[in-house]
Design a protein around this ligand. Structure first.
Ligand SMILES: Nc1ncnc2c1ncn2[C@@H]1O[C@H](COP(=O)(O)OP(=O)(O)OP(=O)(O)O)[C@@H](O)[C@H]1O
Ligand SMILES: [Mg+2]
Length: 271
């Protein structure tokens, strides 16, 4: 099964947190049990899920630094079937604190191993960096999702996106699949945006999800109420598009997951 999926892009403000939270909410609505791991010191995913700023600690930092077990720190949220391991300012110390620790790239994998069976999906909201935290997310990953905001991307950016994918895979050693590239914050009335979208689709083909998340003020407003787009504005264009995205993700998780399971079985038979 493909369970652990980081939402990743080293570029800031491309819709990682928005996508993590709305995908979590959408999977939760389908009856899947979801854990959001907030790996950003800003704690935006946790706040978007309605957690109070005063309740961000103990956080993912406490787990990575070995102070608490994940099961002691995970909090329920008001979003159906969605729990969260909160992000907090202390995550900013992770690179320094973990630098001399053995197996520092595997801290998250280890921390999550105890709660794996409690969830169908574990979504990780990454910060826009290539820090040790991001490396931990990549090591824990079964597959990953890359959101891209074409309005903020140049044509050269399309190529550097390829670099992101390549670096991710290299740092993994083995290739966890890209589940897909999601076009977000799309403004279709802009000619340059349209040509960048075309370029991304030409370059990445079937890896790009069919649905595009267009720019929608409701998507931006939902976090201020600690709600997903489905609860905040269920009839909005944003809710419809994120729902279509959720369905594509479920389809890919099932399809790629069964290929993955077959490969694992074959390998097990051979050894
Ligand atoms: N489709 C959309 N329409 C309108 N606003 C959006 C949309 N998607 C995201 N936003 C807004 O754009 C901003 C950046 O989005 P978000 O925080 O999800 O990006 P991010 O990649 O997580 O950023 P960072 O790299 O800083 O963590 C937020 O204010 C968010 O509400
Ligand atoms: Mg974010």
């Amino acid at each position: 099964m493909l369970k652990t999926v980081p939402i990743i892009n080293n570029k800031g403000g491309v819709g990682k947190t928005t996508t993590t939270v709305n995908l979590a909410a959408g999977l939760g609505r389908e009856g899947r049990r979801v854990l959001v791991v907030d790996l950003d010191s800003q704690g935006s995913a946790s706040l978007t899920l309605g957690i109070d700023r005063d309740d961000l600690e103990p956080s993912t930092a406490s787990v990575l630094f070995g102070e608490h077990a994940a099961s002691d720190v995970i909090q329920p949220t008001a979003t159906r079937n969605v729990d969260v391991l909160t992000g907090s300012l202390r995550l900013a110390d992770a690179d320094t604190k973990l630098s001399s620790v053995n197996g520092r790239e595997k801290r998250l994998t280890k921390a999550l191993s105890g709660i794996m069976d409690d969830y169908d999906s574990i979504l990780i909201d990454c910060a826009p960096s290539t820090s040790l935290l991001t490396v931990n997310a990549l090591v824990a990953a079964d597959a990953f999702i890359i959101p891209v905001a074409p309005s903020y991307l140049s044509l050269e950016g399309v190529v550097s996106l390829g670099e992101v994918v390549k670096n991710v895979r290299m740092s993994l050693g083995e290739a966890a699949p890209v589940l897909g590239v999601l076009l977000t914050m799309v403004q279709r009335d802009d000619e340059q945006t349209r040509s960048i979208i075309e370029e991304v689709r030409n370059h990445y083909g079937g890896k790009v999800f069919d649905v595009e998340i267009q720019h929608d003020p409701a998507i931006e407003e939902a976090p201020t109420q600690g709600q997903s787009i489905f609860d905040y504005a269920p009839r909005s264009q944003g809710a419809k598009q994120y729902q279509a995205f959720v369905e594509e993700v479920v389809d890919r998780l099932d399809r790629y997951g069964s290929i993955y399971d077959t490969v694992q079985e074959k390998q097990a038979q051979r050894t």
